[in-house]
Design a protein around this ligand. Structure first.
Ligand code: BTN
Length: 248
């Protein structure tokens, strides 16, 4: 049965993920979507900052799960699917919307959103999960290592208020599919929009950088990278770069 979606709107916060963490530790069990007009200390993946360029969506869905962190990480694919559906709802040409492992949503090859999952243990051994999502609705940073874009470049401008409603509803649908049927439906939907499958790429890990072919998405969400020496690597976390022109 679908959960009632709750929302908390803040005019300014350090980070909606941090606010979700505070609320989880204070006893909030969700699902609740916390969204803010401005973030003063937005954070991105791998310790990077997430800047506030104005008019964009900063939102975090707080959930409580009976599962471990590895399986919970599959929900980053649910988040990417939900973001892609926000772009489609705004009127972006579906042919331009692709998904890059693990959770980047691209429009015409440029990144239009960021997703950061954070979690922690509760006293009852369950997990609180913060699904942090920033969508570039009206503006995007310039001069980034990988090209960035925003929805207003490709469609009518969507307000943050409208976007968070669509985002939360679409995420909830994918969450329930994952909860009831496992990762397979998410994997199928994600692969239908996959970016760069079968192409050469560079994968940056904490301690090493690998080059190979993005050969598959495993049944549990890892990237299978086929190296030139014939070995296969299964990657659970990393940054993927497609070096060819026009690719991010
Ligand atoms: O590096 C990335 O691509 C992930 C960026 C995630 C940004 C969002 S904005 C809402 C939420 N609050 C944060 O501090 N970060 C996430």
């Amino acid at each position: 049965m679908a959960a009632d979606l709750r929302f908390a709107h803040l005019s300014e916060v350090d980070s909606t993920n941090e606010e979700a963490r505070r609320r989880a530790l204070a006893g909030e069990r969700g699902p609740i979507w916390i969204h803010a007009d401005r973030q003063s200390a937005g954070r991105g993946r791998r310790g990077r900052a997430w800047t506030d360029a104005g008019g964009n969506l900063f939102a975090t869905g707080l959930y409580t799960l009976d599962t471990g962190t590895e399986r919970a990480a599959q929900l980053s694919f649910a988040a990417a699917l939900a973001v892609s559906e926000v772009a489609l709802a705004a009127g972006v040409d579906p042919a331009l919307v692709t998904l890059k492992w693990p959770n980047d949503v691209l429009i015409g090859g440029a990144k239009c959103a960021g997703i950061l999952l954070e979690s922690g243990s509760l006293p009852d051994r369950r997990l609180w999960l913060a699904v942090g999502i920033g969508i570039n609705l009206a503006s995007h940073p310039e001069g980034t290592e990988r090209p960035a874009t925003d929805l207003s470049v490709h469609a009518d401008t969507l307000s943050p208020e409208a976007a968070v409603q669509i985002l939360a509803a679409r995420f909830q649908t994918w969450f329930e599919r994952w909860r009831d049927h496992g990762f397979a439906p998410l994997r199928d939907a994600w692969l239908a929009r996959v970016h760069g499958l079968g192409e050469r790429c560079e994968v940056r890990l904490d301690q090493e950088t690998l080059t190979g072919v993005f050969a598959d998405l495993t049944p549990d969400g890892r990237l299978r990278l086929d190296l030139a020496d014939g070995t296969r690597r299964y990657i659970a976390a990393g940054d993927v770069f497609f070096p060819m022109a026009g690719r991010s």
